[in-house]
Design a protein around this ligand. Structure first.
Ligand code: G6P
Length: 367
Protein backbone atom coordinates (compact mmCIF):
# COMPACT_ATOMS: atom_id res chain seq x y z
CA UNK A 1 0.00 0.00 0.00
CA UNK A 2 2.78 2.44 0.98
CA UNK A 3 4.46 1.89 -2.39
CA UNK A 4 1.19 2.43 -4.22
CA UNK A 5 0.84 5.78 -2.50
CA UNK A 6 4.19 6.85 -3.98
CA UNK A 7 5.34 8.43 -0.73
CA UNK A 8 2.13 10.32 -0.04
CA UNK A 9 0.23 9.79 3.17
CA UNK A 10 -3.06 9.27 1.37
CA UNK A 11 -4.25 8.26 -2.07
CA UNK A 12 -6.29 11.44 -2.20
CA UNK A 13 -3.18 13.64 -2.03
CA UNK A 14 -1.40 11.47 -4.57
CA UNK A 15 -4.38 11.79 -6.91
CA UNK A 16 -4.63 15.55 -6.34
CA UNK A 17 -0.99 15.83 -7.41
CA UNK A 18 -1.60 13.66 -10.47
CA UNK A 19 -4.13 16.10 -11.87
CA UNK A 20 -1.86 18.07 -14.23
CA UNK A 21 -0.82 14.87 -15.98
CA UNK A 22 -4.31 13.37 -16.03
CA UNK A 23 -5.75 16.53 -17.56
CA UNK A 24 -2.96 16.81 -20.12
CA UNK A 25 -3.27 13.16 -21.17
CA UNK A 26 -7.03 13.47 -21.58
CA UNK A 27 -6.72 16.66 -23.60
CA UNK A 28 -3.97 15.26 -25.82
CA UNK A 29 -6.06 12.20 -26.57
CA UNK A 30 -8.39 14.30 -28.73
CA UNK A 31 -6.01 16.95 -30.08
CA UNK A 32 -4.74 16.27 -33.58
CA UNK A 33 -2.74 18.89 -35.52
CA UNK A 34 -3.83 21.61 -33.14
CA UNK A 35 -7.53 20.81 -33.53
CA UNK A 36 -9.99 18.82 -31.47
CA UNK A 37 -10.87 15.61 -33.28
CA UNK A 38 -14.06 13.94 -32.07
CA UNK A 39 -14.45 11.61 -35.06
CA UNK A 40 -13.51 8.57 -32.97
CA UNK A 41 -16.45 9.42 -30.72
CA UNK A 42 -18.78 9.07 -33.67
CA UNK A 43 -19.30 12.82 -33.73
CA UNK A 44 -18.55 14.05 -37.22
CA UNK A 45 -19.55 17.52 -38.38
CA UNK A 46 -22.97 16.49 -39.57
CA UNK A 47 -23.79 14.73 -36.31
CA UNK A 48 -22.65 17.76 -34.30
CA UNK A 49 -24.77 20.16 -36.37
CA UNK A 50 -27.83 17.96 -35.85
CA UNK A 51 -27.80 18.04 -32.05
CA UNK A 52 -30.91 19.89 -30.86
CA UNK A 53 -30.57 19.40 -27.12
CA UNK A 54 -28.06 17.85 -24.72
CA UNK A 55 -28.99 15.94 -21.57
CA UNK A 56 -26.14 15.38 -19.13
CA UNK A 57 -26.92 12.63 -16.66
CA UNK A 58 -24.70 11.56 -13.75
CA UNK A 59 -24.34 11.12 -9.97
CA UNK A 60 -22.21 12.80 -7.31
CA UNK A 61 -19.17 14.71 -8.50
CA UNK A 62 -19.80 13.64 -12.08
CA UNK A 63 -23.14 15.44 -11.80
CA UNK A 64 -21.26 18.55 -10.70
CA UNK A 65 -19.17 18.29 -13.86
CA UNK A 66 -22.50 18.26 -15.68
CA UNK A 67 -23.57 21.48 -13.97
CA UNK A 68 -20.33 23.15 -15.14
CA UNK A 69 -20.69 21.62 -18.61
CA UNK A 70 -24.14 23.11 -18.90
CA UNK A 71 -22.78 26.64 -18.51
CA UNK A 72 -19.83 26.05 -20.85
CA UNK A 73 -21.70 24.23 -23.63
CA UNK A 74 -24.64 26.63 -23.61
CA UNK A 75 -22.41 29.69 -23.59
CA UNK A 76 -19.97 28.56 -26.29
CA UNK A 77 -22.01 26.26 -28.52
CA UNK A 78 -25.47 27.72 -27.84
CA UNK A 79 -27.03 24.25 -27.56
CA UNK A 80 -29.63 23.93 -24.78
CA UNK A 81 -28.34 21.65 -22.01
CA UNK A 82 -30.27 20.01 -19.23
CA UNK A 83 -28.35 18.38 -16.35
CA UNK A 84 -29.94 15.65 -14.33
CA UNK A 85 -29.21 13.35 -11.46
CA UNK A 86 -29.32 9.82 -12.83
CA UNK A 87 -31.50 8.64 -9.95
CA UNK A 88 -34.13 11.21 -10.95
CA UNK A 89 -33.82 10.88 -14.71
CA UNK A 90 -34.42 7.14 -14.72
CA UNK A 91 -37.79 7.39 -13.02
CA UNK A 92 -39.33 10.56 -14.37
CA UNK A 93 -40.25 9.31 -17.82
CA UNK A 94 -37.94 11.86 -19.49
CA UNK A 95 -39.17 13.59 -22.63
CA UNK A 96 -36.27 13.24 -25.02
CA UNK A 97 -35.85 15.04 -28.33
CA UNK A 98 -34.96 12.43 -30.99
CA UNK A 99 -32.18 14.72 -32.25
CA UNK A 100 -30.82 15.12 -28.77
CA UNK A 101 -27.65 13.70 -27.26
CA UNK A 102 -27.51 12.07 -23.84
CA UNK A 103 -24.10 12.37 -22.16
CA UNK A 104 -23.56 10.05 -19.22
CA UNK A 105 -20.58 10.98 -17.04
CA UNK A 106 -19.09 8.34 -14.74
CA UNK A 107 -15.64 7.64 -13.37
CA UNK A 108 -16.27 3.97 -12.64
CA UNK A 109 -18.70 3.30 -15.45
CA UNK A 110 -20.55 1.06 -12.99
CA UNK A 111 -22.80 3.38 -10.99
CA UNK A 112 -26.18 1.65 -10.93
CA UNK A 113 -28.32 4.76 -11.40
CA UNK A 114 -26.16 6.10 -14.23
CA UNK A 115 -26.22 2.74 -15.98
CA UNK A 116 -30.00 2.55 -15.62
CA UNK A 117 -30.31 6.11 -16.99
CA UNK A 118 -28.19 5.11 -19.97
CA UNK A 119 -30.44 2.13 -20.63
CA UNK A 120 -33.52 4.34 -20.29
CA UNK A 121 -32.11 6.74 -22.88
CA UNK A 122 -31.15 3.93 -25.24
CA UNK A 123 -34.59 2.40 -24.99
CA UNK A 124 -35.94 5.71 -26.31
CA UNK A 125 -33.63 5.48 -29.31
CA UNK A 126 -31.67 8.62 -28.47
CA UNK A 127 -27.96 8.83 -29.17
CA UNK A 128 -25.72 8.30 -26.14
CA UNK A 129 -22.16 9.32 -25.37
CA UNK A 130 -20.40 8.26 -22.18
CA UNK A 131 -17.53 10.11 -20.54
CA UNK A 132 -15.95 7.28 -18.57
CA UNK A 133 -12.63 6.56 -16.88
CA UNK A 134 -12.67 2.77 -16.55
CA UNK A 135 -12.06 0.99 -19.84
CA UNK A 136 -14.50 -1.81 -20.58
CA UNK A 137 -16.87 -0.86 -17.74
CA UNK A 138 -20.61 -1.45 -18.15
CA UNK A 139 -21.43 2.13 -19.15
CA UNK A 140 -18.50 2.21 -21.58
CA UNK A 141 -19.67 -1.03 -23.17
CA UNK A 142 -23.31 -0.05 -23.52
CA UNK A 143 -23.08 3.59 -24.64
CA UNK A 144 -23.08 4.28 -28.39
CA UNK A 145 -19.75 6.07 -28.04
CA UNK A 146 -17.19 6.65 -25.31
CA UNK A 147 -14.92 9.57 -24.51
CA UNK A 148 -12.37 7.97 -22.19
CA UNK A 149 -10.87 10.19 -19.53
CA UNK A 150 -7.26 9.22 -18.89
CA UNK A 151 -7.11 9.77 -15.15
CA UNK A 152 -5.72 6.31 -14.44
CA UNK A 153 -6.93 4.30 -11.44
CA UNK A 154 -8.54 6.41 -8.74
CA UNK A 155 -8.51 4.80 -5.29
CA UNK A 156 -9.60 7.55 -2.92
CA UNK A 157 -13.38 7.55 -2.49
CA UNK A 158 -13.48 11.32 -2.86
CA UNK A 159 -12.80 11.93 -6.53
CA UNK A 160 -10.28 14.55 -7.63
CA UNK A 161 -8.38 13.64 -10.78
CA UNK A 162 -11.32 11.90 -12.44
CA UNK A 163 -13.44 15.02 -11.85
CA UNK A 164 -10.74 17.21 -13.44
CA UNK A 165 -10.46 14.99 -16.51
CA UNK A 166 -14.24 14.91 -16.93
CA UNK A 167 -14.21 18.69 -16.94
CA UNK A 168 -11.59 18.91 -19.67
CA UNK A 169 -13.51 16.36 -21.73
CA UNK A 170 -16.62 18.51 -21.41
CA UNK A 171 -14.67 21.62 -22.51
CA UNK A 172 -13.42 19.75 -25.59
CA UNK A 173 -16.99 18.90 -26.58
CA UNK A 174 -18.15 22.47 -25.97
CA UNK A 175 -15.32 24.06 -27.94
CA UNK A 176 -15.62 21.69 -30.91
CA UNK A 177 -19.42 21.94 -30.99
CA UNK A 178 -19.09 25.74 -30.91
CA UNK A 179 -16.75 25.83 -33.91
CA UNK A 180 -18.66 23.29 -35.97
CA UNK A 181 -21.93 25.11 -35.42
CA UNK A 182 -20.40 28.46 -36.34
CA UNK A 183 -20.86 29.97 -32.89
CA UNK A 184 -17.21 30.99 -32.45
CA UNK A 185 -14.53 32.20 -34.85
CA UNK A 186 -11.55 30.08 -35.93
CA UNK A 187 -9.38 32.58 -34.11
CA UNK A 188 -11.19 32.20 -30.78
CA UNK A 189 -11.23 28.41 -31.30
CA UNK A 190 -7.44 28.39 -31.61
CA UNK A 191 -7.13 30.61 -28.56
CA UNK A 192 -9.40 28.34 -26.52
CA UNK A 193 -7.35 25.27 -27.41
CA UNK A 194 -4.11 27.07 -26.57
CA UNK A 195 -5.63 28.12 -23.25
CA UNK A 196 -6.76 24.58 -22.46
CA UNK A 197 -3.18 23.45 -23.01
CA UNK A 198 -2.01 25.81 -20.25
CA UNK A 199 -4.41 24.36 -17.66
CA UNK A 200 -2.10 21.55 -16.45
CA UNK A 201 0.68 24.04 -15.63
CA UNK A 202 -1.76 26.40 -14.00
CA UNK A 203 -3.06 23.55 -11.82
CA UNK A 204 0.57 22.91 -10.84
CA UNK A 205 0.87 26.54 -9.83
CA UNK A 206 -2.19 26.31 -7.56
CA UNK A 207 -0.82 23.13 -6.01
CA UNK A 208 2.41 24.94 -5.18
CA UNK A 209 0.41 27.09 -2.74
CA UNK A 210 -0.82 24.13 -0.75
CA UNK A 211 0.95 24.90 2.54
CA UNK A 212 -0.94 28.17 2.85
CA UNK A 213 -4.24 26.36 2.32
CA UNK A 214 -3.20 23.71 4.83
CA UNK A 215 -2.53 26.43 7.39
CA UNK A 216 -6.00 27.90 6.85
CA UNK A 217 -7.81 24.55 6.66
CA UNK A 218 -6.25 23.22 9.86
CA UNK A 219 -7.92 26.06 11.74
CA UNK A 220 -11.39 25.06 10.45
CA UNK A 221 -11.44 21.60 12.01
CA UNK A 222 -14.02 22.64 14.61
CA UNK A 223 -16.41 24.33 12.20
CA UNK A 224 -20.03 23.22 12.54
CA UNK A 225 -21.31 24.47 9.21
CA UNK A 226 -19.62 25.77 6.08
CA UNK A 227 -21.35 27.55 3.22
CA UNK A 228 -19.99 27.76 -0.30
CA UNK A 229 -21.34 30.47 -2.57
CA UNK A 230 -20.85 31.50 -6.18
CA UNK A 231 -22.69 32.50 -9.32
CA UNK A 232 -22.69 30.88 -12.74
CA UNK A 233 -19.73 28.55 -13.12
CA UNK A 234 -18.63 29.56 -9.64
CA UNK A 235 -21.83 28.00 -8.36
CA UNK A 236 -20.93 24.75 -10.15
CA UNK A 237 -17.53 24.77 -8.43
CA UNK A 238 -19.16 25.56 -5.10
CA UNK A 239 -21.26 22.40 -5.38
CA UNK A 240 -18.14 20.30 -5.79
CA UNK A 241 -16.21 22.18 -3.09
CA UNK A 242 -19.04 21.61 -0.65
CA UNK A 243 -19.30 17.90 -1.47
CA UNK A 244 -15.53 17.44 -1.07
CA UNK A 245 -15.65 19.17 2.30
CA UNK A 246 -18.61 17.30 3.76
CA UNK A 247 -17.77 13.82 2.50
CA UNK A 248 -14.31 13.65 4.03
CA UNK A 249 -14.44 16.13 6.95
CA UNK A 250 -17.96 15.27 8.18
CA UNK A 251 -18.64 18.98 8.57
CA UNK A 252 -22.08 19.99 7.39
CA UNK A 253 -21.72 22.14 4.31
CA UNK A 254 -23.94 23.49 1.60
CA UNK A 255 -23.45 25.23 -1.69
CA UNK A 256 -25.73 28.07 -2.65
CA UNK A 257 -26.07 30.17 -5.75
CA UNK A 258 -24.98 33.45 -4.18
CA UNK A 259 -28.17 35.22 -5.25
CA UNK A 260 -30.24 32.71 -3.30
CA UNK A 261 -28.66 33.57 0.05
CA UNK A 262 -31.33 36.09 0.86
CA UNK A 263 -34.01 33.45 0.33
CA UNK A 264 -33.06 31.37 3.32
CA UNK A 265 -29.43 30.62 4.04
CA UNK A 266 -28.55 33.97 5.41
CA UNK A 267 -30.62 33.24 8.52
CA UNK A 268 -28.27 30.37 9.29
CA UNK A 269 -25.23 32.60 9.60
CA UNK A 270 -23.88 33.08 13.09
CA UNK A 271 -20.77 34.75 14.39
CA UNK A 272 -17.78 33.12 12.70
CA UNK A 273 -19.69 30.76 10.41
CA UNK A 274 -17.29 30.06 7.58
CA UNK A 275 -18.48 31.20 4.15
CA UNK A 276 -16.30 30.31 1.18
CA UNK A 277 -16.96 32.47 -1.86
CA UNK A 278 -15.79 31.50 -5.33
CA UNK A 279 -15.27 34.52 -7.59
CA UNK A 280 -13.60 33.62 -10.87
CA UNK A 281 -16.16 35.06 -13.28
CA UNK A 282 -15.28 38.70 -13.96
CA UNK A 283 -18.81 39.68 -15.00
CA UNK A 284 -20.26 38.34 -11.74
CA UNK A 285 -17.46 39.43 -9.41
CA UNK A 286 -19.11 42.56 -8.02
CA UNK A 287 -22.40 40.73 -7.47
CA UNK A 288 -20.87 37.90 -5.46
CA UNK A 289 -18.60 40.33 -3.65
CA UNK A 290 -21.65 42.21 -2.41
CA UNK A 291 -23.11 38.89 -1.19
CA UNK A 292 -19.85 38.32 0.70
CA UNK A 293 -20.18 41.73 2.30
CA UNK A 294 -23.75 40.84 3.36
CA UNK A 295 -22.44 37.66 4.99
CA UNK A 296 -19.67 39.54 6.74
CA UNK A 297 -22.06 42.08 8.20
CA UNK A 298 -23.91 39.14 9.75
CA UNK A 299 -20.77 37.91 11.43
CA UNK A 300 -19.52 35.36 8.89
CA UNK A 301 -15.85 34.51 8.60
CA UNK A 302 -14.94 34.81 4.93
CA UNK A 303 -12.66 32.86 2.66
CA UNK A 304 -12.46 33.71 -1.05
CA UNK A 305 -11.14 31.84 -4.06
CA UNK A 306 -10.54 34.32 -6.85
CA UNK A 307 -8.20 35.15 -9.74
CA UNK A 308 -4.85 36.91 -9.41
CA UNK A 309 -5.41 40.62 -9.79
CA UNK A 310 -8.61 40.76 -7.71
CA UNK A 311 -6.65 42.06 -4.74
CA UNK A 312 -9.50 44.26 -3.52
CA UNK A 313 -10.91 41.00 -2.19
CA UNK A 314 -8.52 41.36 0.75
CA UNK A 315 -10.57 44.32 2.00
CA UNK A 316 -13.53 42.01 2.56
CA UNK A 317 -12.37 38.41 2.99
CA UNK A 318 -10.41 37.14 5.97
CA UNK A 319 -8.45 34.68 3.83
CA UNK A 320 -7.95 34.83 0.07
CA UNK A 321 -6.49 32.18 -2.18
CA UNK A 322 -5.68 33.10 -5.77
CA UNK A 323 -5.80 31.11 -8.98
CA UNK A 324 -4.07 32.01 -12.25
CA UNK A 325 -6.05 33.87 -14.87
CA UNK A 326 -7.62 31.80 -17.62
CA UNK A 327 -10.54 31.98 -20.04
CA UNK A 328 -13.64 32.27 -17.84
CA UNK A 329 -15.06 29.00 -19.25
CA UNK A 330 -12.14 27.02 -17.83
CA UNK A 331 -11.81 28.61 -14.38
CA UNK A 332 -13.54 25.65 -12.74
CA UNK A 333 -10.48 23.51 -13.42
CA UNK A 334 -8.32 25.85 -11.33
CA UNK A 335 -10.73 26.95 -8.61
CA UNK A 336 -11.59 23.39 -7.67
CA UNK A 337 -7.98 22.71 -6.62
CA UNK A 338 -7.91 24.89 -3.47
CA UNK A 339 -11.34 23.48 -2.55
CA UNK A 340 -10.08 19.90 -2.86
CA UNK A 341 -7.09 20.84 -0.73
CA UNK A 342 -9.31 22.44 1.90
CA UNK A 343 -11.45 19.34 2.24
CA UNK A 344 -8.34 17.19 2.39
CA UNK A 345 -6.53 19.24 5.03
CA UNK A 346 -9.60 19.65 7.24
CA UNK A 347 -10.05 15.87 7.16
CA UNK A 348 -6.37 15.32 7.98
CA UNK A 349 -6.52 17.88 10.80
CA UNK A 350 -9.48 15.99 12.27
CA UNK A 351 -7.58 12.72 12.04
CA UNK A 352 -10.21 11.10 9.83
CA UNK A 353 -9.88 8.30 7.31
CA UNK A 354 -9.41 10.57 4.29
CA UNK A 355 -9.40 7.87 1.62
CA UNK A 356 -12.28 5.85 3.03
CA UNK A 357 -14.89 8.07 4.62
CA UNK A 358 -17.55 6.31 6.63
CA UNK A 359 -20.67 5.02 4.87
CA UNK A 360 -19.40 5.86 1.38
CA UNK A 361 -18.33 3.62 -1.47
CA UNK A 362 -16.10 4.44 -4.41
CA UNK A 363 -18.60 3.04 -6.81
CA UNK A 364 -22.27 2.58 -5.95
CA UNK A 365 -23.32 -0.46 -7.94
CA UNK A 366 -26.60 -1.02 -6.13
CA UNK A 367 -29.53 1.31 -6.16
C1 G6P B 1 -19.82 7.71 -5.48
C2 G6P B 1 -18.46 8.36 -5.28
C3 G6P B 1 -18.44 9.77 -5.87
C4 G6P B 1 -18.84 9.72 -7.33
C5 G6P B 1 -20.19 9.04 -7.52
C6 G6P B 1 -20.46 8.74 -8.97
O1 G6P B 1 -20.76 8.34 -4.67
O2 G6P B 1 -18.14 8.42 -3.91
O3 G6P B 1 -17.12 10.32 -5.76
O4 G6P B 1 -18.88 11.02 -7.85
O5 G6P B 1 -20.23 7.78 -6.84
O6 G6P B 1 -19.54 7.78 -9.39
P1 G6P B 1 -19.13 7.51 -10.88
O7 G6P B 1 -18.19 6.34 -10.84
O8 G6P B 1 -20.39 7.20 -11.63
O9 G6P B 1 -18.48 8.76 -11.39
Amino acid sequence: KAAEKAGYEHFMMKEIQEQPKAVLDTLNSVIKDGQIDLSELGLDEEEIRKISQIYVVACGSAYHVGVAAQYVIEDLARIPVRVELASEFRYRKPILDPNGLVIIISQSGETADSLAALREAKSKGIRTLAIVNVVGSSIAREADNVFYTLAGPEISVATTKAYSTQLIAAYCLAVQFALTRGEITEEYYTELIAEMQTIPDKIRKVLADKERIQWFAAKQANAKDIFFIGRGLDYAISLEGSLKMKEISYIHSEAYAAGELKHGTISLLEDNTLVIGVLTQADLYEKTLSNMVECKSRGAYLCAVTSYGNYSMEDTADFVTYIPKTDAHFATSLAVIPLQLMGYYVSVAKGLDVDKPRNLAKSVTVE
